[in-house]
Design a protein. Sequence first.
Length: 182
Amino acid sequence: MAIVRWSPARELGALQRQVDDVFASWFEPTAARATTPWRPAVDLVEQDDAYVLTADLPGVRREDLVVEVEDDVLTLGGRRTLGRRSSAEGVVRLERASGELRRRIALPEGVDPDAIGASFQDGVLEVRIPKPEASRPRKVAIEVHERAPEVAAAPSSTPPGEAEAEAEPAESVTTEGTPTTA
């Protein structure tokens, strides 16, 4: 996530656009707003092996929808036509947009355009964009090298040469003359 420095000018610009929208809604004819181009919302979700783009396109017919890929740019295009109504028909307010639809989304470098698939059902467009092999997450095996356990010598109060002599059993002679070990 990128850190963005706060800019009061940007905030004022956003506020100005909101105020303009409020005043425009009071003075602009409703029929003019209903025919302006529309920009439907899209969701872009990253999965392990693909990006999935979902767009709600209510009122768009399959025949009026186009999905194209050119120069690593995915373009959604189409047209939604709503029936014309006038104030003579009792229309008080029209807020649903109609007209041309055009959304352009930059794709990651290396995407295979022939592997992109799209489905359209109940007014929802889903475009599946397989990730290029280079950008897919890959698990790296971790090798574990076993080290031989080190034997720590116990501290001893005897000098090193004498400790070795104590470790070997001593020979002794019995009264009968046969050697035995003690």
